[in-house]
Design a protein around this ligand. Structure first.
Ligand code: AHR
Length: 507
């Protein structure tokens, strides 16, 4: 019997809801078809946004959406995506399949989507191939309330009020697709570009004393490139002249799980037990990355004012046979559910440093929560994990631990159980626990320190490791209620099935 111990009285930090964030790039069928079908589409839509997808994402409680890329962001020229659609400039999307981008989804459409989703905004700016002027005019276009050329252009295009931006990314992967820069070169560019991300508060906000609000995210490392983290922070913080504090609110980190290596990638659906454990071991590695990059950040930012922003994470497999290799379309199985559950528990436990994370990507690309085909839509196993974990959003992380044993294959050993726990504003204790074993159920005994249990409810996502939803069978993997708890002498026990992700709510 594994002991799962939760002390709801020992608070460890605030779980920023944005840890549950998403990412939508102009890539494959993510934006076009997946989210945006245009007003004239026979697929039910509101102002061009698919109603079925928007509803599903709202139910999942999406907190924030990163756009327009990824690699696309450093090639995106925002002026091409405003004004009458018929006269918008077309471009070749060189990164992703070489298809023609007609720019029918641009700034206005992005804010309309976020408005329909009820989520916050994260706009990734172009540092790689755009000018400082272009970038600063985009900020003015989006956020300036007064009488100015860009604000008036926005009005001419049909939007009177400025929009709210919560985060901007100042470039993306500038060590690679965003310009192949050295850390020192990028850091100097970052210092320059971020200066012109002007913070235009509205008159009302000024009256209310609301502080300038756009949070600026600096491009961080790929996986274990600690030299990048060190080099960028050194130039940003310790260089001469020393910039004023407040020029950086976040530093990004990108980490994709490629169980069989970047070159081979491996199939999303056809894998054996060894690859199952390899995948989960690589998902758990995210914790090492957070700790090691975090140690470097601590040197420059001991008070942890700068958030670690894991704005691209998830499984990256081979594309589905017969699909465009540049579209990164992959299926999603119980393995993806476990990878999502593992990452989210790790992010929760490191909420002192991790302030946002954005799974890549939201619809039809990589580890998507939703897949579409024509008018059909399915929710993936990953969707249900996000749905169950939504209770952690803006809750207080509390102390928890679970006894586990090592399982898996030689080099790729993993603990069989993993958990995190938080307390919501209404006092509900939310525990999420994963059984990483492909075939062995695990009896668990739950102990809540100095707490009387009045009510216990749970949901679970569980199935055989290859199980997935398809357009023909959309409900093979779903979230179902779990009621098999035994309560005796103040102790609660249950059997956590093999290959499962569970959410328990205790009142
Ligand atoms: O998510 C797909 C791509 O992966 C992004 O465009 C890029 O930032 C990363 O390399």
């Amino acid at each position: 019997m594994a002991r799962l111990v939760v002390n709801p009285h020992h608070k460890m930090g605030h779980i920023n809801k944005d840890i549950y964030g998403h990412f939508a790039e102009h890539l494959g069928r993510c934006i076009y078809e997946g989210l945006y079908v245009g007003e004239d589409s026979p697929i039910p839509n509101k102002n061009g946004m698919r109603t079925d997808v928007v509803e599903a994402l709202k139910e999942m409680k999406i907190p924030v959406l990163r756009w327009p890329g990824g690699c696309f962001a450093d090639e995106y020229h925002w002026m091409d995506g405003i004004g009458p659609k018929e006269s918008r400039k077309r471009m070749v999307n060189t990164h992703w399949g070489g298809v023609v981008e007609d720019n029918s989804f641009g700034t206005h459409e992005y804010f309309e989507l976020c408005d329909q989703l009820g989520c916050d905004t994260y706009v990734n700016l172009n540092l790689g191939s755009g000018t400082v002027q272009e970038m600063s005019e985009w900020i003015e276009y989006m956020t300036f309330e007064g009488d100015s050329p860009m604000a008036n252009l926005r009005r001419k295009n049909g939007r009177e009020e400025p929009w709210k931006i919560k985060y901007v990314g100042v470039g993306n992967e500038n060590w690679g697709c965003g310009g192949n820069m050295t850390p020192e070169h990028y850091a100097n560019e970052y210092r320059r570009y971020q200066t012109y991300v002007r913070d235009y508060r509205t008159e009302e906000e000024k009256k209310e004393g609301i502080k300038p609000g756009i949070k600026k995210i600096c491009c961080g490392a790929n996986v274990d490139d600690y030299g990048w983290t060190e080099g960028v922070l050194e130039t940003c913080f310790a260089g001469y002249p020393r910039p004023k504090t407040g020029h950086m609110d976040g530093l990004s980190l990108h980490y994709y799980v490629h169980p069989e290596g970047w070159k081979i990638k491996g199939s999303a659906t056809d894998f054996d037990e060894e690859v199952w454990y390899k995948t989960l071991a690589k998902a758990l590695y995210t914790e090492k990355l957070i700790e090691r990059h975090g140690t470097i950040m601590d040197k420059y930012d001991p008070k942890k004012k700068i958030g670690m922003i894991v704005d691209e994470w998830g499984n990256w497999f081979k594309v589905e046979p017969g699909t465009n290799p540049g579209f990164l379309y992959q299926q999603n199985t119980m393995r993806d559910a476990l990878v999502a559950g593992i990452h989210l528990n790790v992010f929760n436990k490191h909420c002192d440093r991790v302030k946002m994370a954005n799974i890549a990507q939201m619809v039809n690309v990589l580890q998507a929560v939703i897949l579409t085909e024509g008018e059909k839509m399915i929710k993936t196993p990953t969707y249900y994990v996000f749905h169950m974990y939504r209770f952690h959003q803006d809750a207080e992380l509390v102390e928890s631990s679970i006894e586990s044993e090592k399982i898996g294959a030689d080099k790729w050993q993993v603990p069989n159980l993993q958990e995190s726990a938080s307390v919501a504003e209404d006092g509900t204790i939310n525990i999420t626990v994963n059984n990483l074993s492909a075939d062995t159920d695990s009896p668990v005994e739950l102990f809540l320190t100095d707490t009387e249990i009045h009510e216990i409810k749970a949901e679970i996502v569980t199935n055989e490791m290859h199980a997935m939803n398809t357009f023909e069978n959309p409900d093979v993997v779903t979230e179902v209620p779990f009621t098999e708890f035994k309560q005796e002498n103040g102790k609660v026990s249950f059997v956590l099935p093999a290959c499962s992700v569970m959410h328990i709510a205790v009142k």
